[in-house]
Design a protein around this ligand. Structure first.
Ligand code: DAH
Length: 346
């Protein structure tokens, strides 16, 4: 028995030493196949068990099992070490040299057209307005009839557009959004803005284009009066153009509002003295507005005796041109990056 135990010990030392020297996966595999398999030297020792009796037999079996367990554990540990070393080696190989200069990506700017929409939207959303969108392709019914512009109305003359059929056209203003929203809200109070594109026959020059943007606004509720319109637009214009702006309301005419006004702000260049920017008048026209015409309310099923409202329409390019000193409206559409880049950090 003593002899056998010594033999176990010898095998144990030998295997532990061998394990220490293993360097790679291949060596691990060979060790596993020859030293941990059925035909391993440890298992071979077991054949001696038949020559032992009783306690000795149990003690010997136990000793062999202990060594087997020890070698298996040592093997697993070595296996993990080799695996980890391999991963580390891989990581070292793949290290990125962060001192290399990177590819120079060009980041563009947001077109001033959309910056102005965002800014106007922020101001009205802060006052509790909802943002709605109407269709660019509109019916004659919504674009004109519902805006109180019947087919024989002279206002149609100024608002020719691109016609798809006799009764379908590219909308000439964002005002028809008013009728769509009133139809949708079915007699409920309304407080919306609608930014979008419009199309109109116009003299294409540095300040006019056959395609342009507007933000429409509409408030409908009980007891809405002209004071609400004035206060709202004064607040909006001062937020947009600065607290010092004088805001002037001039009587005007729109078929869908009564009374109607055009709204001017004092010139930001000369502060009302008169200069080329304001063509010597001291004021710059900025938007159209008015109290919603009773017939427009009626056509949408709102009782004008109970409900009233105000509406307004702002030209987006006009605001952008004044705000950034852009001298030609066409620059806004041409997509020239040298132009757009100037509005990157605005
Ligand atoms: N729709 C008008 C236009 O295109 C602008 C406008 C004026 C809208 C007065 C309104 C308004 O809502 O009340 O020229």
């Amino acid at each position: 028995m003593k002899e056998l135990l010594e033999k176990i010990n010898a095998i144990r030392s030998e295997l532990i030493n061998e394990l220490k020297d293993l360097k790679d996966q291949a060596a691990l595999k060979t060790f596993q196949e020859t030293k941990l398999s059925k035909k391993s030297p440890i298992n071979a020792l077991m054949s001696n068990i038949k020559n032992l009796q009783g306690d000795e037999r149990a003690a010997f079996g136990q000793a062999v099992n202990d060594v087997r367990k020890e070698i298996q554990d040592a093997f697993a540990k070595k296996q993990a070490e080799i695996q980890e070393a391999k991963v580390q080696e891989q990581i070292a190989k793949e290290t990125i040299d962060i001192t290399l200069p990177s590819v120079d990506y060009k980041v563009g700017g947001i077109n001033p057209f959309y910056q102005i929409i965002d800014e106007i939207t922020d101001i009205f959303v802060s006052m509790g307005y909802e943002v709605k969108e109407g269709p660019d392709v509109e019916t004659d019914y919504y674009n004109f009839e519902r805006m109180n512009i019947p087919s024989n109305h002279p206002a149609r003359e100024m608002q020719d557009s691109f016609y798809i059929t006799n009764s379908i056209l590219l909308r000439t203003h964002t005002s028809p959004a008013q009728a769509h929203v009133m139809d949708e809200k079915k007699g409920e109070p309304i407080k919306i803005i609608c930014p979008g594109k419009c199309f109109r026959r116009d003299d294409d020059d540095v300040t006019h284009s056959h395609q342009f943007g507007q933000v429409e606004g509409l408030v409908v509720d009980k007891n809405i009066n002209f004071g609400n319109l004035k206060a709202t637009l004064e607040l909006f214009l001062r937020k947009m153009f600065g607290e010092k702006r004088e805001v002037r309301f001039r009587g005007s005419y729109f078929p869908f509002t009564e009374p109607s006004v055009e709204v001017d702000i004092s010139c930001m260049e000369c502060h009302g003295k008169g200069c080329p920017t304001c063509k010597g008048t001291g004021y710059i026209e900025i938007l159209g507005a008015g109290m919603v015409h009773p017939h427009v309310l009626e056509m949408a099923g709102y009782d004008p005796k109970e409900y009233s409202g105000f509406a307004f329409g702002v030209g987006i390019e006009r605001v952008a041109m004044l705000r950034y000193g852009i001298d030609d409206i066409r620059k806004i559409y041409q997509g020239d990056v040298r132009f757009i880049e100037q509005f990157k950090d605005k």
